[in-house]
Design a binder for this molecule. Structure first.
Ligand SMILES: [Zn+2]
Length: 311
């Protein structure tokens, strides 16, 4: 069943004719909304700074502190996810609910971001190219003293999973799994390096399944990928990338933060061996790898809140 097609000109996912798939999506989407609302309503709603639609309640300003509060006080929600077929990509993501993942989750299978406008495409291409060049410069300057990140072949099985590592993508919020996969392959990786990507679509923020959890990722650096699930949240929240902005406000929006919390809770619930969560930078420091400013000061604060609250 193919409900989505990759536009070879734009590289974007576009919905195609697939009535059965669309009906399934609508049914699942409606079901998820109902479940999410009841979950939030039954949760710690009074002290959560967000309402049922993740809008900021009166009296709060969205910043690092409020996002930490949301992680501490708002209920994790049942997650919906854009699934990836085993050997394909997101362009053929319309699959039935998974048999091997959490039965409590509502896997939508196909929640396509509509094709971007030409203007949006140009921004994406420009941004992607700039990122790649910046990475090449940085990488070439470091190779003499620090081993470059190496990517295991896709067949390297994951070691027992005990860690979640959180990243930011250092790109625009709409720079999603397709673009990341291309960029990572341009670096010489076999595939997208992360296991999950949380990115903005024209339908809102979505969780995208990326590299299989059964396969070692390429996200934390040599020797640190085995046993860790890599989750990337789209965007660049570093101070140097946001001149003039109050650093206290440099966090993903509420929808993205709540998806991150919910995904972390889901992954941790399915892997009983997971005992720790780290931001990329602190994980590298533990492994004596090179330093990195990923996932940014603000997102690291969210990781700290999740560690305190959930691990
Ligand atoms: Zn990272």
């Amino acid at each position: 069943m193919v409900g989505l097609e990759m536009d070879t000109n734009t590289g974007m996912i576009a919905p195609q004719e697939a009535p059965a798939c669309k009906r399934m999506l609508i049914a699942l989407a409606c079901g998820c909304v109902l479940v999410c609302q009841s979950a939030r309503a039954n949760g710690n709603a009074a002290s959560c700074p967000l309402d049922e639609q993740n809008r900021i309640k009166p009296g709060y300003t969205w910043n690092v502190a409020t996002a930490q509060l949301a992680i501490a006080r708002c209920e994790a929600q049942p997650i919906a996810m854009v699934r990836r077929v085993s050997s394909g990509n997101w362009s053929k993501a319309c699959t039935p609910p998974s048999q091997d993942l959490s039965s409590a989750a509502s896997w939508t299978g196909c929640a396509p971001p509509p094709a971007c406008t030409d203007e949006e495409q140009q921004i994406k291409r420009h941004n992607g190219q700039v990122r790649l060049e910046a990475w090449r410069r940085r990488c070439s300057g470091r190779k003499t003293t620090i081993p470059p990140d190496t990517d295991p072949v896709c067949s390297v099985p994951m070691r027992p999973i005990d860690t979640i590592v959180v990243h930011q993508t250092e790109a625009q919020q709409a720079f999603g799994p397709d673009e990341l996969q291309k960029e990572h392959r341009d670096r010489g990786f076999d595939d997208i390096g992360y296991h999950y990507v949380i990115a903005k679509t024209r339908n809102g923020w979505r969780i995208f399944e990326a590299r299989s959890e059964e396969i070692e990722g390429a996200h934390a650096g040599s020797g640190l990928n085995g046993g860790s699930i890599g989750i990337a949240i789209a965007g660049d929240y570093r101070t140097q990338s946001n001149p003039g902005k109050d650093p206290a406000t440099l966090v993903p929006p509420p929808d993205a933060v709540m998806l991150l919390k919910s995904l972390v809770a889901d992954v941790a619930s399915r892997h009983q061996g997971i005992t720790q969560i780290y931001g990329h930078g602190e994980h590298k420091m533990r492994g004596s790898g090179c330093d990195t400013d990923c996932p940014s000061v603000g997102v690291q604060q969210l990781v700290n809140a999740m560690r305190k609250q959930m691990f």
